[in-house]
Design a protein around this ligand. Structure first.
Ligand code: PLP
Length: 313
């Protein structure tokens, strides 16, 4: 499905559109926890989340084959990423968002010249509308995770981690539809199989955890977790087999511990991240393998400022 070569190709293709994000650490946090905890800072990525990696890989690939219009159905970060890259390479985009989409995410799509369409509140409704727009206007649908080019693009963050650091024991990655972790796990396991890849899900959005337990994809019918990037109801058809193959373990975190991690990163690291990005930090703090060198991937930093007080612990 995907392999290290596809991820290396993705890196070439997207080199001019994405940043190599820094890795940060805090002696205070590591001392508190009794391990060496590092943060891969995708909240400092262009558009404020890792999604630009996969979106760029797919959109540039399609544009090279003469596509002039791309369409995405996204509650935020993916839509923002598709609008950004389409604008950058000079093609048009339409982003179908839920009626309750966060203001900062809508504003960003507009700033990148994306056309916004509002549709319902569920991802099923949005995807149906997006596909209809594709049929009406010859556009190409850019899926958020269940696509080899998207997964390979997200995997470039994994290549960077293994190149930026030595002696890593574990990497913690949040799971929504599973595009991010399937790309990262492929990059890591095919570079250095001794590194453990740990998925983290909110306990109230545990579709991947349940699916791994049952050995088949389970639909939990949506979730209200504060980690809005992780509300997918079922793992992807293409991402799930890769998760089964490469992910070593899943940690579940409750809503309070996501807030705790958010507050911790803000207070100690002086970094503003979004709840979905705090989930991996919460997972690393919960599992807390003592004396290990571990990396938590902070997946994004797009949070409405009005929401911040409700996230503080
Ligand atoms: C999309 C997203 C995720 C989840 O990624 P998947 O590829 O769907 O698993 C995690 N964090 C943030 C900030 C996101 O935007």
């Amino acid at each position: 499905m995907i392999d290290l070569n596809l991820i290396r190709e993705a890196r070439e293709r997207i080199a001019r559109s994405v940043k190599k994000t820094p890795i940060m650490t805090s002696e205070t946090i590591s001392k508190d926890l009794g391990n060496d905890l590092f943060f891969k800072c995708e909240h400092l990525q262009k558009t404020g989340a890792f999604k630009i990696r996969g979106a760029s890989n797919k959109v540039i690939y399609e544009a090279n084959r003469n596509t002039k219009h791309v369409i995405a159905a996204s509650s935020g970060n993916h839509g923002q990423a598709v609008a950004y890259i389409a604008n950058q390479i000079g093609i048009s985009s339409t982003i179908v968002v839920p009626e309750d989409a966060a203001t900062c995410k809508k504003d960003a799509i507009k700033a990148y010249n994306g056309n916004i369409e509002f549709c319902g509140t569920t991802s099923e409704e949005r995807i149906e509308r997006a596909k209809q727009i594709c049929e009406d206007g010859n556009g190409v649908f850019i899926p958020p995770y269940d696509d080899p080019l998207i997964m390979a693009g997200q995997g470039t963050a994994g290549l960077e981690i293994v190149e930026q650091m030595d002696g890593i024991d574990e990497v913690y990655v949040p799971i929504g539809g599973g595009g991010l972790i399937s790309g990262i796990a492929t990059a890591i396991k095919e570079s250095n199989p001794s590194i453990r890849v740990i998925g983290v899900e909110p306990a109230i959005a545990n579709d991947t955890y349940l699916s791994l337990k049952e050995g088949k994809r389970i639909n939990i019918g949506g979730s209200s977790t504060i980690a809005d990037g992780l509300r997918t109801s079922i793992p992807g058809e293409l991402t799930f087999p890769i998760v089964q193959q490469y992910v070593d373990d899943i940690v579940l975190v409750d809503e309070e511990s996501i807030k705790q991690a958010f507050t911790y990163v803000l207070a100690r690291m002086k970094q503003l991240i979004e709840p979905s990005g705090a989930v991996s930090v919460a997972g690393a703090m919960k599992r807390n393998p003592e004396g290990k060198r571990i990396v938590a991937l902070i997946s994004g930093g797009n949070v409405d400022t009005e929401v911040i007080p409700s996230l503080l612990k």
